[in-house]
Structures are given as C-alpha cells and as structure tokens.
Write a protein that binds this ligand. Structure first.
Ligand code: ATP
Ligand code: MG
Length: 376
C-alpha cells in the first residue's frame, strides 16, 4: 500500500519506478525530476519513517568514491561524517574501513573535518549485493501507517482548530477520512464552508483523495431552538449531527471521528460526551480526548491547518448558542426533549440537503482521474 501511495503522491514528478527492496522502498527518478518536490511529497506520506535522496551505483569503489566527492562538493560544511552499512558482507572492506577511506578522500580533495556525532553534512553509503547507494542524511518522515490500510472513517469537521487535527491523527494511523460539515445555511454566510473546503483541500495531501459532505443545518437548528429547552440545545445539535453523519457514512458501519477534547467546552464534559454518543451505536473515536489545547494548537501549526482554522467565520455553532448551556445533560432529559421534535423528518432533511464534493491531490493525479473535481 505504501508503494502505491508513494506512486500516487509523486504523480507528475518524474518518478519512473517504485520498488520494494529489503528494508526500504526505492523511487527511481528521471534525470530531470524535481528532487525537492519529490521529497516534499514523500515527507507527507504516512508510513514513511525516514527518507533520503541519493544515487544508485554499481558496487565499485572508484564509482562510490566519485559519488561521495560529488556529494561533498555540492554542499557547504565544516564537519562531515560518512556512515557505511554493508548488507553484502563479501565486499572486501568492513564498514568502518570503507568510511575511513572515503572520509580521507573528502578531507584531502574537498576539505572539512570529520565529526561522526553531529556532522553538518551526513553522507550515507550502503553496500547491497548488486548495488550501492550514496545518499545525504536521513530526514524524518511522518511515520504512522499507509493511508487506507486501517479502513475508512467519517470525521465531523467544524472548521475550528480541533477537528482537522483529529482527522490528521486518524490518517496517520492509516485511515482514509471522509468529512462531514454542518453549515448554518441558510442563516449564515459561506465562510465556514469556504474554510472547510480549504482545510479539506490541505489535508487531502496526506491521503490523496477526500470526500466532503456539506449539510445545511440552520433550519434543523431552528426547529431545535423553537421546541426544546435552551440549555440543552447544543447537546441536541450534536446528537442530530451524529445521526446525519452516520446516515451519510453509508450503511452505518463506518466509524465516526470528532475533535472533542475532554472538558474543553460545555458539550465536552464526560456526561455530555456520553449523552451525545448514546444516540448512535456506531463507534465514535475522539483522537484528541486527552490532549491539551496548546498541544492541539502546536500540532495544527505543524500540519499547516492552524492559520485557516482561526479565520473568522460563522458556522452553525455560533447560531442560537444559549448563554448557559448545560454541562450535565442526562439521557432521560435529552430523550424527553427529542420527543418534541420530528427527529426522522429532520434527519431526512439533513441527508437530502447534503452535497458531496471530491478532492484529489496531487493535481497531476486529479487530471488522470476524469470526472472528479480537482482541488488542492
Ligand atoms: P473544533 O475546533 O473542531 O471546532 P471545538 O473545540 O469548537 O472543536 P465543539 O464546537 O464542541 O468543539 O465541537 C466538538 C466536535 O464536534 C468538533 O471537533 C467536530 O468534530 C464536531 N463539530 C462541531 N461543530 C461541527 C460542525 N459545524 N460541522 C461538523 N462537525 C462539527
Ligand atoms: Mg468548533
């Protein structure tokens, strides 16, 4: 799965082949491939623990030496370190011997000082039975598992800071995430929908294909506001959201994901989380439940969603929010309140109004997939 994800992620960037070798995957590039762009795509592919850019060579000491020299000449450095690994033990030198020989040539012909602990320039040499690799230092990948290997989940995406981070964390564990956003339409502007578009387009670079359902939720909220006690509105909104998201997830077997974090707001107390989730027998995962807001913000910054998340908007949550929402809604109270509503009709209204959009990344992959809307 990782190989096919890497192939898709690098579409259009001159990757000629992707091959699995013991302990690694090799992407062979065309001579004019934009290496920085390829690295950037690899760096956002889950399942990659680390990566490096290098050259593939025959197992020939002269050729390896020239490649090491070319690598050193291309960089500015004071200290350098050469690390050799041999999986082919028939090579006539040990790894430390080869490192020492190559290091001496670099000192003599390019300059610099050897520092194996913290070199400015790290050069890795690997000797396999039929091939050798000379590469720059290993860079960290995003880790995790290749997307789609763990299955599909549906994330309730608000446009705030938390839910994009929740989606990212599920992708990192190998899930393909579909998104559902509840907008305040027809009572609010498009701002929240535009933000969610931007967020989903951005997150699609980590999973390559996304689906987003946008559900106009303003009228459903209007019904809740008109009929149930003020203090319980938010819990009822959330229960309606879960019902509709589950219905959109086709067949109801899909796992739901939210950005809830314990105690962060009134709807996220233990009592309310339980009362909200009791509406569905579908598993609801909350990857941020034990995270502190500052940790979530830091991760949002790293992922690149924070700036969009804090843009001002008016989503359905800002509509009809009571001044004193309850922090302890019991199931009995909430079910009594819901008897004042035509829940099946409201659900049907939400599902019927939902509009689906598809996102594909990278653009070159989108172009290959006719009939899909390309974004991001
Ligand atoms: P976020 O930063 O994700 O908006 P939040 O701190 O604002 O979260 P709440 O508003 O209580 O918290 O929402 C809790 C969770 O409910 C969100 O993380 C999201 O998964 C879901 N949710 C809330 N509002 C919406 C919405 N308008 N559309 C879809 N999901 C929503
Ligand atoms: Mg929110």
């Amino acid at each position: 799965r990782l190989i096919s994800n890497l192939r898709d992620a690098t579409t259009g960037l001159g990757v000629r082949a992707a091959q699995s070798l013991p302990g690694r995957i090799v992407l062979r590039l065309a001579d004019d491939a934009p290496i920085a762009a390829v690295c950037e795509r690899v760096a956002s592919t889950f399942g990659v623990a680390n990566y490096s850019a290098g050259v593939e060579l025959p197992v020939d000491l002269d050729v390896i030496r020239d490649a090491v020299l070319a690598c050193a000449r291309a960089e500015t450095f004071t200290t350098f370190g050469i690390r050799t690994r041999r999986t082919d033990k028939s090579f006539p030198m040990t790894s430390p011997q080869l490192s020492a020989v190559l290091g001496a040539v670099v000192v003599e012909q390019v300059g610099g000082r050897v520092d194996l602990e913290h070199p400015d320039l790290a050069i890795n040499v690997e000797i396999l039975p039929k091939t050798a690799y000379v590469s720059g230092g290993k860079l960290p990948g995003p880790g995790g598992l290749p997307v789609t290997i763990s299955g599909r989940v549906t994330c309730l995406m608000s446009g705030g800071i938390d839910s994009p981070v929740a989606a990212y964390r599920m992708m990192q564990r190998g899930c393909r995430v579909d998104f559902v956003h509840f907008s305040g339409a027809p009572y609010t502007s498009r701002a929240s929908v535009d933000k969610v578009h931007e967020l989903v387009a951005h997150l699609t670079r980590y999973q390559l294909r996304s689906e987003l359902w946008v559900v106009p939720f303003g009228e459903i909220q209007g019904e809740i506001v008109a009929r149930v006690p003020r203090s319980h509105r938010v819990v009822l909104y959330r229960r309606m959201m879960l019902r509709i998201a589950e219905a959109l997830g086709q067949g109801g077997a899909r796992v739901l994901v939210t950005g809830e974090s314990l105690g962060q707001v009134s709807s996220q107390t233990l009592e309310n989380i339980q009362t909200i989730a009791a509406v569905t027998s579908t598993l609801v995962l909350r990857p941020l439940v034990g995270m502190d807001k500052l940790e979530i913000i830091r991760q949002a910054e790293r992922i690149g969603t924070f700036a969009t998340s804090i843009l001002p908007d008016q989503d359905c949550c800002s509509l009809f929010t009571p001044p004193h929402p309850t922090t302890r809604a019991t199931l009995a109270e909430v079910e009594a309140a819901e008897r004042l509503l035509d829940v099946p009709a409201l659900m049907a209204q939400g599902v019927a109004g939902a509009v689906r959009e598809r996102f594909v990344f990278p653009p070159a992959l989108a172009r290959l997939q006719t009939g899909l809307t390309a974004r991001g």
